[in-house]
Design a protein around this ligand. Structure first.
Ligand code: UGY
Ligand code: MN
Length: 243
């Protein structure tokens, strides 16, 4: 069918909604049998880079020039770091400190959400160490006492970390209790379900597979629709003075 160019994707000054029909794949140096869909990067004014890595059989991710966080969306990968091999399946994740040599390989096809950010040193605070986790084993907490909106913090909240990555799960009908406006920026990947995202003064229907970037101070609100929970993975810069 001839493509007439319609898409739900939008790029506005302080936010992006990027839907899978507009994704473009490209390799990075050091990748083998893998491609990246770069959702946001400093080229768009962001303080971090977020991409989806699509790895084929015998895939390799390559070097990171910054801290690297990855979350396994599909398949499974091997992480080798500090002389140990870890196998991460879907919902597994890892935080890799800047300058820690490591390799991430796939024996079979796998899909990762990857976030990379230059570490912002804090005087007197030791940088974080390698961390490997499994989202299904992370305790969840109700946001502002709303049991229908559960948050899992995948990284510790201490000041060694200069960013946070959380999952947020909304029962159908659950919603943020306010429009948020804050200095932190977000990278957001819709994992399941969907709903309505309000970004600045626009209201967007969103669904699994969509990516959203919210710049600092972008007004934001979400309400879940449909019959299955809406869940997203969300990055924010964190724990540092804005100056
Ligand atoms: O952590 C957050 O700022 C989160 N509640 N924002 C969001 O879901 N858009
Ligand atoms: Mn927010």
């Amino acid at each position: 069918m001839f493509n007439l160019g319609h898409s739900r994707s939008r790029t506005a000054g302080d936010h992006f909604l990027l839907t899978p029909d507009t994704f473009i794949r490209s390799p990075f140096p050091g990748m083998r049998n893998a491609v990246a869909i770069v959702h946001v990067s400093p080229a768009a004014g962001a303080g971090f880079t977020q991409y989806t890595a699509e790895m084929a059989a015998d895939g390799l991710l390559g070097h990171a020039a910054a801290q690297r966080f990855f979350y396994v969306l599909e398949g499974s990968v091997s992480l080798v770091a500090e002389g140990r091999r870890y196998t991460l399946n879907a919902n597994g994740y890892a935080y890799i400190p800047e300058d820690l040599e490591h390799s991430i390989t796939s024996a079979q096809p796998a899909k990762l959400a990857v976030i990379e950010k230059k570490y912002q040193v804090l005087d007197g605070v030791e940088a974080p160490a390698l961390l490997v986790g499994d989202e299904t084993k992370v305790a969840s907490t109700a946001l502002n006492g709303d049991e229908d909106l559960q948050v899992r913090a995948l990284l510790p909240g201490d000041t060694a970390f200069d960013f946070a990555v959380n999952t947020m799960s909304y029962k159908p009908g659950a919603a943020l209790s306010q429009t948020e406006i804050h200095v932190m920026e977000h990278g957001l990947l819709m994992m399941t379900g969907g709903g309505i995202y309000k970004l600045a003064d626009q209201w967007y229907p969103v669904t699994a597979g969509d990516f959203i970037y919210m710049a600092p101070y972008c007004p934001q609100w979400f309400g879940a629709l449909g019959k299955e929970p809406a869940k997203y993975l969300i990055y924010k810069d964190w724990n540092r003075h804005p100056l």
